[in-house]
Design a protein around this ligand. Sequence first.
Ligand code: NAP
Length: 278
Amino acid sequence: MSVAPTACILGWPLSHTRSPLIHRFWLRSLGIAGDYLARPVAPDDIAAVLQGFAAGTFVGGNVTIPYKEQALAAVADADPAARAIGAVNTLWAEGGRLLGANTDAVGFLASLDADAPGWGGGGPAVVLGAGGAARAIVWALLQRRFAPVTIVNRTPERAEGLALRFGSGAVAASWSDLPALLETASLLVNTTSLGMVGQPALDVDLAPLPATAIVTDLVYAPLETPLLAAAKARALRTVDGLGMLLHQAAPGFERWFGVRPAVTPELRALVVADLRGR
Ligand code: NAP
């Protein structure tokens, strides 16, 4: 008897993950007999789980907070994005070896390509935050030739460390520099957790941004953050964080189940309804 291919997500805690919802939607709509499970793994167990993953029963999996860096260390090889970003979010086995990729950056780019056509003309970009998500965003923007990519963070040392990681295209600046930076920015990206449900709003005055600037927020709960609402009030183009979440999932699904899934309005509506229900 053949067993249906099953993938999973490893993280801790996993109470808020929407990945099973997304992958099960694709499995169902594509008529694939497979499954995708949430596998919470406690910190004491993650090393053993990663070590045994290639020989286990899953066809592959995602890795989320707080294990993306540990996953990079555990794989035999990783794609250039994962190595540059320093984190793996997608796992699979080949010839008994555990391999990894990072799809956060391509997910971010695909989301902007889909939701803000023509956005990628380069120019100066401002990234707020210097945590794990910011690493993927800075790398993605450098790939699309934004210059300079200026990183602004509450803890300046982290912004400086991130800029150093990516070389001359990325620079660090302080919050007090923001008004001047925004005057010439073609893109503003929030990668901090500010604006998320239960967190204070991100307090940035968008008045200096040019009328052609695009504002995007990685936070997707709520879907319209105070930052995006302020950008809309100024009639700026905006992109919410849900697109990135959906698009980053597609490459893993294709690798594990053999079909490239589409990010459709039906999928988006399903996840929006789930976000509203919680
Ligand atoms: P992280 O590594 O913990 O980084 C958090 C960032 O937020 C840091 O830069 C931190 O600054 C900043 N921050 C937190 N509280 C702050 C405050 N009170 N004032 C100013 N700055 C503050 O988290 P992450 O993994 O990068 O995730 C960041 C956000 O992105 C989360 O909301 C997450 O849900 C979202 N995200 C979305 C997607 C998607 O697919 N849409 C993917 C990944 C992440 P310090 O360095 O000073 O602490």
